[in-house]
Design a binder for this molecule. Structure first.
Ligand code: PMP
Length: 396
């Protein structure tokens, strides 16, 4: 199988597995226990936090400074951010292309009477940042929270986070960034991001599933959503999963230290895939782009590993199944909604024609992809596409 679904999850790095096995084999690990074994577990967590702090350029050990709350992953971090940050009565502003773990929470809060204000995106998939200040200030009272993802999981399109942070700072609004897809693919400094809170998830950067974090800037208050123990300063009680925390720290350290080599390699492999497919099928639509009068495609800044393509004349679900059968793993949208696979809310928000939405697939390469696998994938994808198109032509 050629795995090109790395925005859904990544293969765990063997070096992370080694660290986790060591910790798993080291014996009981409850960092709250008041004996030597408990203290050893606490030390492992403290070390992991130091490693994570250096990797994201944010000192996490200063009293009153930024802190990291370990969660079960991106979904929980996003839930915690939306429900736990800012005044619970103030409106929330979010873009229409956020991950379902943001949108569904917002809809849940809206059903309880919370006002949600939506920020539109343009046809390339970039949030219309010029509307943000008005959205914050419109209505009876200013919004209390803005949530914007750093890069979209379906198109890879990078969002105007710095501008959003500046606007939120000027207007005194709490700003949450879902950085789940950016970490390990593009450089990101939490210190200079200007966010109040940032979501991360280890399995997106070759770490284990089931662990993530919500970084909180110094002085930002959070209402916990779980109650029960004093762990993590009561922000998120429950016995800390020490092997997962150590795995996440190692994965993050590797992802950020190796980024200077990984980032250009990911770009090269993604571009190879895109160009190979486009030269075989010139009418393929690359999302996150616009065409000028001569038909030249101009791409907006995207994550280096991601491409979202519409195979006009083919249905995305049929394409996905044909590719699965042919040994290529990709996705027809967010993995979290692919069970039922409704049309992508991201592509719909971009105002794309139905034919493009119906035929869109997402491919994501990783550091474990190779040129050979990409060339092989181009061949298999091309063959599937040609066959489906021919079948469609016969049916019509
Ligand atoms: N946010 C984004 C942008 C994502 O891509 C994902 C995973 N698809 C999540 C949040 C949820 O992360 P997790 O799978 O760790 O719950």
């Amino acid at each position: 199988m050629i795995y090109l679904d790395n925005n859904a999850t990544t293969e765990i790095d063997p070096r992370v597995v080694d660290v986790m096995i060591d910790v798993l084999r080291s014996g009981p690990c409850n960092a709250s226990s008041q004996h030597a074994i408990g203290r050893a577990a606490r030390l492992r967590i403290d070390d992991a936090i130091d490693v994570i702090g250096s990797a994201i350029d944010s000192a996490l050990d200063q009293p009153g400074g930024p802190r990291l709350i370990f969660t079960s992953g991106g979904t929980e971090s996003n839930n915690l951010a939306l429900t736990g940050l800012a005044d619970p009565d103030a409106a929330i502003v979010l873009s229409r292309i956020e991950h379902p773990s943001v949108i569904a929470v917002a809809e849940h809060l809206a059903a309880q009477g919370r006002e949600i204000r939506w920020m539109d995106v343009d046809h390339t998939g970039v949030a219309k940042i010029d509307s943000l200040a008005d959205l914050i200030q419109s209505g009876d009272r200013p919004a209390g929270l803005v949530s914007l993802m750093s890069a979209n999981n379906e198109t890879g399109v990078i969002q105007p986070i710095e501008q959003a942070a500046q606007i939120c700072r000027d207007l005194g609004v709490t700003f949450h960034v879902d950085a789940t897809q950016s970490i390990g693919k593009v450089p990101i400094s939490f210190r200079s991001l200007g966010a109040s809170a940032v979501t991360m998830s280890a399995h997106k950067f070759h770490g284990p599933t089931g662990i993530g974090g919500l970084w909180i800037a110094g002085g930002v208050k959070l209402r916990p959503q779980l109650h029960g123990g004093e762990q993590q300063l009561e922000s998120r009680p429950g016995t800390e999963p020490v092997p997962l925390i150590c795995g996440m720290a190692t994965a993050l350290q590797l992802a950020t230290s190796e980024l200077p080599e990984t980032q250009p390699r990911l770009s090269l492999l993604r571009d190879r895939l895109e160009q190979g497919l486009r030269s075989a099928h010139p009418d393929l639509v690359v999302h996150g782009s616009s065409r000028d009068d001569e038909g030249e495609v101009a791409l907006v800044p995207r994550l280096p590993n991601t491409t979202c393509l519409s195979f006009l004349g083919a249905d995305r679900q049929s394409m996905l199944m044909a590719l699965d059968f042919a040994g290529v793993a990709c996705s027809s949208g967010s993995a979290c909604s692919s069970g039922s696979s409704p049309p992508s809310h991201v592509l719909l928000a971009m105002g794309l024609p139905a034919e493009q939405v119906q035929s869109a697939l997402r491919f994501g390469v990783s550091k474990f992809s190779t040129e050979k696998k990409i060339d092989d994938a181009i061949d298999r994808i091309s063959r599937c596409y040609k066959r489906l198109r021919q079948n469609r032509a016969v049916e019509n």
